[in-house]
Design a protein around this ligand. Structure first.
Ligand code: ZN
Length: 365
């Protein structure tokens, strides 16, 4: 299903042609050659510890989390999925590398369930606050409670008018709200993070950089003293981040928001150490951002060519995704394809046509 329900929609375009490039001088420069083992931590910058949790997805089997030293305490950045396996690994961390120490707050980059699945459990365990942007806090509660236009049926309606077959829609309807399954409970209050805010941790200032297009109000954290960016899902070294139109904003232009957000992250020093939520820590931020931009630009060109005659969004999926998509991936792919089609429409390169039955098609302008 899409991010609205599962919350885990980091990357769907990983298998598309743009990622299959040979290694070049512009490739991410990893600072390690293998990942930290589950249950252990690895210091990747002074006072910045890396840990890793499993994810139950064939295409994405892990998430990176971070612990920041603050005297005898530490700060948790992102939590992993809300499942028993992840809790067990956290318990290993607390009785192992972090034994005798206390978390004094939980910072969350965004509401998706692989990042926020255990914020309720962790904030209660240490009796501390959740720090998060307002957009993400409200999104979590809205998706969890299926309020207003966060109801799954709204999303299926959006897919239907964009050409998805009833057979696939029926399979989607059989699925549960996996956000509720994987998050379980979410704190009723939070400390608000805003773009440009500085969060002081252990003698270092971490600046919040808001990012848009992947989630409502993503917070990356940048520490100038350390030259470190905790990137969340804004910059990933190996896969591209999902950017989708959501049923809450069916005429939205999230790819434009995404591009503008990438430009802001590209203003950081080129030698910044990037700590991504998926993949290995790396340097080469600007080259990676330029590659991501180019990847989307190539998809946009392919779409313009393909839409020489009117096409529904469902019809363009094989152009964007060169592989079989299961039901879950199809939902994400629809959102992502719509994001690209809307971008082209707002650029004036495609036109949107709505037929008498309400079905939407895009055609070269
Ligand atoms: Zn995400």
């Amino acid at each position: 299903m899409t991010s609205m329900q599962s919350g885990t929609n980091t990357a769907t375009m990983a298998g598309s042609s743009g990622e299959k490039r040979p290694a070049s001088d512009n490739s991410p420069r990893y600072i390690v050659d293998k990942a930290v083992a589950p249950g252990l931590t690895q210091e990747v910058a002074p006072g910045v510890h890396w840990l890793r949790m499993p994810l139950p997805f064939p295409a994405l089997d892990h998430i990176n989390l971070w612990l920041l030293d603050e005297g005898d305490d530490f700060v948790i950045v992102d939590t992993g999925m809300g499942d028993d396996q992840t809790k067990a690994i956290w318990n290993q961390i607390f009785s192992g590398p972090m034994a005798g120490r206390h978390a004094n707050r939980v910072i969350c980059t965004h509401y998706h369930n692989d990042h926020a699945g255990l914020v309720g459990w962790l904030t209660e365990r240490f009796n501390v606050e959740l720090w998060m942007s307002q957009g993400e806090f409200y999104a979590s509660h809205s998706v969890y409670s299926e309020v207003a236009s966060h109801q799954p049926s709204r999303m299926y309606d959006m897919y239907r008018v964009n050409g998805l077959s009833d057979t696939i829609l029926e399979q989607m309807l059989e699925r549960r709200n996996s956000y509720r399954v994987n998050v379980r409970h979410f704190p009723p209050s939070f400390r608000r993070l805003l773009d440009g805010d500085t969060v002081r941790v252990g003698g270092n200032d971490w600046k919040i950089i808001a990012g848009y297009g992947h989630s409502p109000e993503h917070s990356a954290l940048y520490c100038e003293e350390l030259g470190v960016l905790i990137a969340g899902d804004m910059v990933l070294p190996r896969i591209t981040t999902n950017v989708s139109v959501q049923a809450t904003e069916p005429n939205g232009n999230p790819l434009d928001l995404w591009f503008r957000s990438l430009e802001r992250h590209a203003q950081l020093p080129p030698e910044t150490l990037v700590l991504p939520s998926h993949g290995l820590p790396f340097r080469g931020l600007r080259d990676r951002l330029a590659f991501i931009r180019k990847h989307h630009e190539e998809r946009l060109e392919e779409l313009v060519a393909f839409c020489s005659t009117p096409k529904t969004t469902a019809q363009v999926l094989p152009t964007l995704f060169h592989r079989e998509l299961d039901v879950h991936q199809t939902g994400i792919a629809m959102g992502e394809a719509l994001a690209h089609l809307h971008y082209l429409m707002y650029e004036g390169r495609l036109r949107r046509e709505v037929d008498r039955e309400g079905f939407i098609r895009f055609v070269a302008a």
